[in-house]
Design a protein around this ligand. Structure first.
Ligand SMILES: [Zn+2]
Ligand SMILES: [Zn+2]
Length: 285
């Protein structure tokens, strides 16, 4: 690959909601080279949060260097441009305790994907549940408790060496992440949540909608509006420690098992509705 200025072959098309860091891992696999080589080629420093910086000129350059269409990463780019505009800061994005960019994941979403990949909104700490499957997002591998971090050199990981280089696998222990038992919770109907906790879940979803539309205000059903920066003072969104207590309670609450048969609300793809509830017109980008 060295010497080539533009990648024309072996470039996997990004999925509509995929995060650039997820795609970079898949790109290295498809190119049969190391992640480091890919990062050097694309002038992406290994210590930056590639999802956070991939919008505007940086995204245009990525598309050019990898022969990607203008719609590639349109949603990821819009969300991150929105994050920059609101001034919410990088602390809205999930990281490990060491500061490494991390994802949360929905096991049911991963199970349905023929090519496993990770969505841009799975990077946000306030995206706490999957509205498609009404379950809490998982933060770590259900088997070894390792966080899900990308970009990573999947081929060099334990899963890759075992022939399971896939974003559906824990790269540390090779467990199938889609096999995690979902913690089902529906903010619209669940009696396991207080009204405020249900609002927190819905507001997290609304936050993504507002970032995507580039506005500095957000609105959740029946909740009203608030300036994003006032989140702490007005309790529109919880502090991480506040939510940790809620999540611990929910995950040990056996009454949640009664919610297993709650209906799964899947939306037809052709509606072009985002998982965070707004309708997207790709022409805007
Ligand atoms: Zn899901
Ligand atoms: Zn694991």
């Amino acid at each position: 690959m060295s010497g080539a200025r533009i990648l024309r072959y072996g470039v996997p098309p990004p999925f509509e909601f995929e995060a650039p860091s997820s795609w970079l891992g898949r790109l290295a696999l498809a190119q049969g080279c190391s992640l480091e080589e890919i990062q050097v080629f694309l002038d992406i420093h290994a210590d930056v949060d590639v999802d956070q910086m991939m919008y505007g000129k940086a995204l245009a350059e990525l598309r050019r260097r990898c022969s990607l269409p203008q719609t590639a990463f349109a949603i990821a780019g819009s969300v991150m441009a929105g994050l920059e505009k609101t001034g919410l800061g990088p602390w809205s994005l999930a990281t490990t305790t060491r500061g490494t960019p991390a994802f949360r994941y929905c096991p049911a979403c991963l199970r349905r994907r023929s090519t496993p990949h990770l969505d841009i909104h799975w990077r946000f700490i306030d995206w706490r549940y999957c509205p498609l499957h009404n379950c809490l997002m998982e933060s770590v591998c259900w088997q070894c408790r390792t966080p899900v971090c990308y970009p990573q050199d999947m081929a060099l990981s334990k899963a890759g060496r075992a022939g399971n280089a896939s974003q559906r696998r824990c790269l540390n222990c090779t467990a199938d992440l889609a096999a995690a038992k979902p913690c089902l919770v529906n903010p619209a109907t669940s009696s396991a949540l207080t009204e405020l906790e249900a609002c927190w879940l819905l507001n997290g979803r609304a936050l993504l909608a507002s970032l995507c539309s580039g506005t500095a205000r957000y609105r959740a059903e029946g909740v009203g509006t608030a300036a994003l920066r006032r989140r702490v003072y007005q309790e529109w969104l919880p502090l991480p420690q506040q939510w940790l207590r809620v999540e611990r309670r929910l995950r040990s609450d056996r009454s949640l098992d009664n919610l297993v048969r709650e209906s799964v609300r899947l939306r037809p793809r052709e509606e072009l509705k985002t998982p965070w509830g707004s309708v997207i017109s790709l022409e805007r980008w």
